[in-house]
Design a protein around this ligand. Sequence first.
Ligand code: NDP
Length: 325
Amino acid sequence: MSWKRAFIGTHGGPEVIDWKVGDVPTPGPGEVLIDQSAIGLNFIDTYHRTGLYPVELPSGLGLEAAGTISALGDGVSDYAVGERVAYMGPGFGAYATHRIMPASALFKVPDGISDEIAAAAILKAATTEGLVERCADVQAGDTVLVHAAAGGVGLIMVQWLKALGVTVIGTVSSEEKEALAREAGCDHVIRYDREDIAPKVRELTEGAGVPTVFDGVGKDTFEASLDSMAPRGLLVSFGNASGPVDGVNLGILAQKGSLFVTRPTLFHYYATPEDREAGMARVWDMIGSGKVKITVGQTYPLVEAAQAHRDLEARRTTGSTVLIP
Ligand code: NDP
């Protein structure tokens, strides 16, 4: 049996994504072989491709996928052949027909949640869970600003916050995205392609500003995020879709209201077995209960991963994107 997997030998644009074909490998001790049926695309994959985030070359690509276990290595007792599983790292190589993974990295996919939904959701929903519930500890009754509200993380985060009883202000760049953000539950939507964010947030909050901002856009929204905040508010700066935030003078946080800024990564919130178990239980519950519906905005054949990267980086995608082997 043969397998196909993406690799990058150099950093660069989507054209650096290349493919290798070989015999399906055998899992070693503690590992399983997964026959993958759906792969989640994440903006972070583009940072690994370009080299914005460090990656040792040559490298595979992709962190997140779902499928069925087709072989077990020695010593694996928690899983069986035929079981459906998903993962969100560690290591790069999810863009593949098959994958060897350590059993300790897997999550069992509950009945009633398809592989496609699992691959579309777990990394983005776990990010939402960690950031909303543990990093920012958002409370019912808060008003919160979420950038790129119609994106993969965005649509999940908006619904999650609504389920907690939060008033959500979302930003988006098009009419189609505005409709999706409203459908997900945004109470207010700011078209940041044509209006200034901070004055609008002040208007919507009667001058008060918001106690929490979730900003995965980065460079282009950083200042507007700070200007939208209430004194002693928290900016959760969790991504760089428009480029990284750098060169910040810390004194600005005092001037703008003794603000807090954190730059978290999901993996520090899912580092221990206890965190992983509790966090993913919460994720499956939010999805299984229907409080958070996963929108797969587009799918691509796996071999068209480069086109999927182009569309994601050009802001042409909505919700989650799934690659199908
Ligand atoms: P999205 O589906 O949200 O895609 C990115 C969106 O960002 C675009 O659709 C676009 O929405 C918006 N955007 C604004 N400016 C730009 C720009 N210049 N170029 C491209 N997009 C832009 O991606 P994901 O859901 O995969 O990820 C969202 C963010 O969350 C990313 O920054 C990602 O790195 C981060 N993330 C961080 C994690 C962590 O652990 N820290 C974990 C997971 C994700 P619009 O057109 O409406 O502006």
